[in-house]
Design a protein around this ligand. Sequence first.
Ligand SMILES: Cc1cc2nc3c(=O)[nH]c(=O)nc-3n(C[C@H](O)[C@H](O)[C@H](O)COP(=O)(O)OP(=O)(O)OC[C@H]3O[C@@H](n4cnc5c(N)ncnc54)[C@H](O)[C@@H]3O)c2cc1C
Length: 372
Amino acid sequence: MATFDFAVVGGGPAGLAAAALLARGGAGVLLVDAARARGPRAGEFIHPSVRSFVHRLALLPERWEEAHLPVHGFVNGWASAISQETDFIFHPNGYALALDRRRFEGQLLEAAVGCRADTRMGWIARAIEPCSDEQWRITLGNGEDVRHCEARYLLLATGRQSFHPRVNFRRRRYDRLAFLAVHIPRVSKDNRPFIECFENGWVYVTPVPSDASVIYVFFDARMGPPCRRTVGSLRQTLACCDRLSTLFSDVSGDRNEDVKWFAGTAHSGLATPTAGKNWCLLGDVAESRDPLSASGMYSALQDASRVSERLLRDDFTTTAREDMDASRQQSFAEYLKMREGYYAAETRWSDLPFWVDKGGSMVEASAIPALG
Ligand SMILES: Cc1cc2nc3c(=O)[nH]c(=O)nc-3n(C[C@H](O)[C@H](O)[C@H](O)COP(=O)(O)OP(=O)(O)OC[C@H]3O[C@@H](n4cnc5c(N)ncnc54)[C@H](O)[C@@H]3O)c2cc1C
């Protein structure tokens, strides 16, 4: 049976970056990800300062950005019929990027493989259990085949929906935000992402490379999707969104085979604790925030960098872990307050359920459990 220093389960940005950084530091790393082929994914927006952070990680080739789309501004129609426009021209780090998510993951995977991480893409970690005080046993499956391996240390980077009964943490959800998204051919020349609100939620529209846009409709999962999966139904539901209606005026119905629908959860959640003696959580499984904050990619990469650095120095002490959790809890509580204020600022439909419930909020920020 293969034995590794580190097993990284989950090959999104958090897991891929951690695997590459640990392997670059000379450790024996296993990286496992369930997805063999990926459908459309969130075309994430990354801020100019996050672009610089990716450069500083020095994992990707110098020209990695060319696979993605430069974005020079952002249009925010939250809480007002008059949009606010942000231009990155004066930002010290220059422009932002609309990521091609699949290519970004491909680039990080190449980095991990280049640093000699052992990768199992298309394999699901079916069971993860401690087999002694010092070792984890992981059962992997890919449909036909089952394999076992062992690792001294476990890094879980399995995203915001994951559930791991044998690892000792609790993960709490703070709202019921969900999304329905459609990937359509891009028609507008203006490639700035934008946000608009409507009666039952809000919309985020972002360009993605290869001349397409993704329209995300966020809603309260308890109320169900606000429209059917047709462009006609989407157009009708979002008729009050001026900017989106202009974009729609050039989209030719549903016949185009490039129109692809997908859906998922977008809830805010926090795990406690996020690390133990021989395990830790990275990225969304540790902490997930509302896509409105556009901070998920940065947190995922920052977690990977911070944790791998400490693990390579063998310096992830109990105190360091507790400090990390305490500061995560504090910043998450501040974030929840900010989120609540942001949703409360949208008053045009303040008597309708989505806005009354502030995007499906379930608890007050003060209800976050204290550590210890
Ligand atoms: C609609 C939406 C829009 C967003 N927009 C933005 C944005 O504009 N900017 C931004 O910065 N962030 C954005 N985010 C957040 C961002 O996408 C996430 O924060 C980021 O993807 C987290 O990365 P991760 O690696 O932690 O998890 P994920 O990307 O979710 O990756 C988890 C991986 O784990 C794998 N996995 C799960 N279980 C197993 C298992 N048992 N065995 C093997 N593999 C497993 C999955 O296949 C997956 O590849 C958005 C999120 C959503 C939902």
